[in-house]
Design a protein around this ligand. Structure first.
Ligand SMILES: CC(C)(COP(=O)(O)OP(=O)(O)OC[C@H]1O[C@@H](n2cnc3c(N)ncnc32)[C@H](O)[C@@H]1OP(=O)(O)O)[C@@H](O)C(=O)NCCC(=O)NCCS
Length: 175
């Protein structure tokens, strides 16, 4: 499937946009940040080269229509301060997992609340999804609160790890 991801989603003071090569420093900063990594099951990014490779991999996956991935920026600045994505998309393109992360300096301002709203709207209104899932460490209260605020409910334990799965259905989204 070819990509149908909009390169840019603008709303109020936020721009969610496709990553480019020049974002490597910020992607390195985000993916090597210990606080962000705390609850995420992924290796710490070790070099700019790894960040370059990550951006290439993400953009190739977007081109193939495998997932959606945006850098979060403030409207008057070009620097990526966080990311948000929809991945693990079902074959029939009706379900997917969300992922999000924000540099600590930009937290506590509602930036991810707004970004997640944009992505949820996009998934249900434009992609016509039926369900969105978020896999999370049960200790990750900030992330769980964020999802609950948007109508996600506890759905399941993850059979293969210590995480739990939250789910937002189209019915609950429409409420
Ligand atoms: C999860 C994460 C993105 C949440 O960041 P955040 O800034 O707390 O999220 P929000 O944008 O929703 O902001 C909510 C906070 O901003 C405050 N806020 C200020 N203005 C606000 C506004 N206009 N609207 C909403 N909230 C606002 C809220 O009161 C809340 O503060 P609190 O945490 O003290 O209660 C962040 O903790 C993170 O990146 N964690 C590491 C990565 C991670 O765990 N990802 C998820 C894996 S499943």
């Amino acid at each position: 499937m070819k990509s149908i991801m909009p390169n840019e989603i603008k709303y109020e003071n936020l721009v969610l946009r496709k990553l480019c090569k020049d974002d490597n420093l910020k992607i390195y900063e985000i993916r090597s940040n210990q606080d962000i990594a705390k609850y995420l099951d992924r290796p710490i990014c070790q070099s700019l080269e790894e960040a370059d490779n990550f951006i290439t991999k993400v953009n190739n996956g977007i081109s193939r229509g495998e997932y959606f991935y945006w850098g979060i920026t403030l409207a008057d600045e070009n620097e990526v301060i966080g990311t948000i994505c929809i991945w693990n998309i079902s074959e029939d393109k009706t379900k997917g997992d969300i992922g999000f992360e924000l540099l600590p300096a930009f937290r506590g301002k509602g930036i991810m609340t707004k970004s997640l709203r944009l992505i949820i709207d996009y998934a249900f209104q434009e992609l016509n999804f039926d369900e969105l899932f978020g896999e999370v460490d049960p200790q990750n209260g900030k992330s769980i609160n964020l999802m609950k605020k948007h109508g996600f409910e506890l759905f399941d334990e993850n059979s293969s790890g210590p995480t739990v799965i939250y789910r937002l259905t189209k019915e609950n989204y429409l409420i």
